[in-house]
Ligand binder design. Structure first.
Ligand SMILES: NC(=O)c1ccc[n+]([C@@H]2O[C@H](COP(=O)([O-])OP(=O)(O)OC[C@H]3O[C@@H](n4cnc5c(N)ncnc54)[C@H](O)[C@@H]3O)[C@@H](O)[C@H]2O)c1
Length: 322
């Protein structure tokens, strides 16, 4: 038995990733054998494929981790997290999940002796302070939020366990994901989906940041393809520093609303108000709007063609009447 574990496997990205991993196994796309996928989450994963096992529990529980992570673990995707808005609101919970549980998971992987491939979903929120227009992977992290600080701590921990040879890390700094279906979440960047999703569904939405705010975006489909690619990269191609800026597209909020109007019409655009919200501005406007992704593109990661395509993909799947 060869197992791939997805923490946060019941979440938005985790559940989509598990579906995509099943297809990848069927198509022989993974460079290692895998015949069992474990979702480890506070919530159940409802995928009915018999290869998916849903383990419901707290990632911070070392006894649970010892049961789940074993010598058959070939890869771990560590996605479970308290997101940006939630981390700002509840520091203690965020520390417990984003830092302590991450450390315990790394320890469990170390003790398993299986040196699994380990994909960690970091974020552009690790950056802050003065930044060049194109942010390199090597720029010092100067986070301006609890979430960003905890992701930066996670990056260093994961990289160090990899340097010691206990795991084989692939640390992916993901762009902000848009257009994300479903309800708004606790991420400060939740509006980046809300200002497209809600109007396409005939609902009002507020844009809380200035229209010239530059966002670094990826569609869900492209992020999932990049996460699949991350686990498959030949370790010989990765240096000692395993942190990677995953490609995105740089789009201003004004351009996002123009794309909404092109795809959804003027009546959809008219549903978006522009009331500033300081809590969101403080977090989101400290994030960079564009990254140097020459290395990750050479490693085979991809970006969306343009934002209109991401909006059309959402419309076609969730609002086909538009
Ligand atoms: N969505 C984005 O725009 C974005 C951007 C950059 C990075 N990321 C990162 O990608 C990852 C997945 O994000 P998402 O959008 O799918 O978030 P999500 O909130 O939909 O999923 C996170 C999951 O983690 C689970 N979880 C939280 N605490 C847990 C605990 N103690 N034990 C077990 N499970 C726990 C939650 O139940 C949830 O299902 C996160 O690490 C996030 O920081 C997301």
């Amino acid at each position: 038995m060869s197992t791939v574990i997805v923490t946060g496997g019941a979440g938005f990205l985790g559940s989509r990733l598990i579906e995509r991993l099943l297809a990848a196994i069927d198509a022989g796309e993974l460079p290692f054998a895998a015949d069992r996928l474990v979702s480890l989450d506070l919530a159940p994963n409802r995928n009915e494929d018999p290869r998916v096992e849903s383990v419901v529990g707290d990632l911070a529980d070392p006894a649970l981790l010892a049961q789940v992570v074993g010598p058959d673990t070939v890869a771990i995707y560590h996605l479970a997290a308290v997101l940006s808005g939630g981390s700002e609101e509840d520091f203690d919970l965020a520390m417990r999940v984003n830092v302590e549980a991450t450390t315990r998971l790394l320890e469990a992987a170390r003790r398993s002796g299986s040196a699994p491939r380990f994909v960690f979903t970091s974020s552009l929120a690790v950056f802050g302070g003065p930044m060049p227009p194109l942010v390199p992977e090597t720029l010092a992290a100067q986070p301006e939020s609890s979430y960003g600080a905890m992701k930066a701590m996670g990056e260093l921990l994961v990289n160090e366990y990899s340097r010691k040879g206990w795991i084989d890390a692939r640390i992916c700094r993901l762009p902000t994901i848009s257009v994300r279906p479903g309800a708004p979440n606790s991420a400060a960047s939740s509006f980046a989906s809300g200002i497209i999703r809600e109007p396409l569904l005939g609902l009002t939405s507020n844009c809380p940041v200035p229209l010239d705010t530059q966002m670094w975006l990826s569609s869900p489909r492209t992020v999932i393809e990049n996460l699949l690619h991350a686990v498959a990269i030949d370790p010989a191609l990765l240096g000692a520093w395993r942190v990677m800026n995953v490609p995105g597209i740089s789009v201003s909020v004004g351009e996002m609303l123009a794309a909404l109007e092109r795809v959804g019409g003027a009546d959809a655009r008219a549903l978006v108000t522009t009331e500033p919200e300081e809590r969101v501005i403080d977090i989101v406007c400290s994030w960079p709007g564009a990254f140097d992704v020459e290395r990750t593109r050479a490693l085979g990661f991809r970006a969306d063609v343009d934002f209109d395509t991401a909006v059309r993909e959402f419309r076609d799947e969730f609002a086909p009447q538009r």
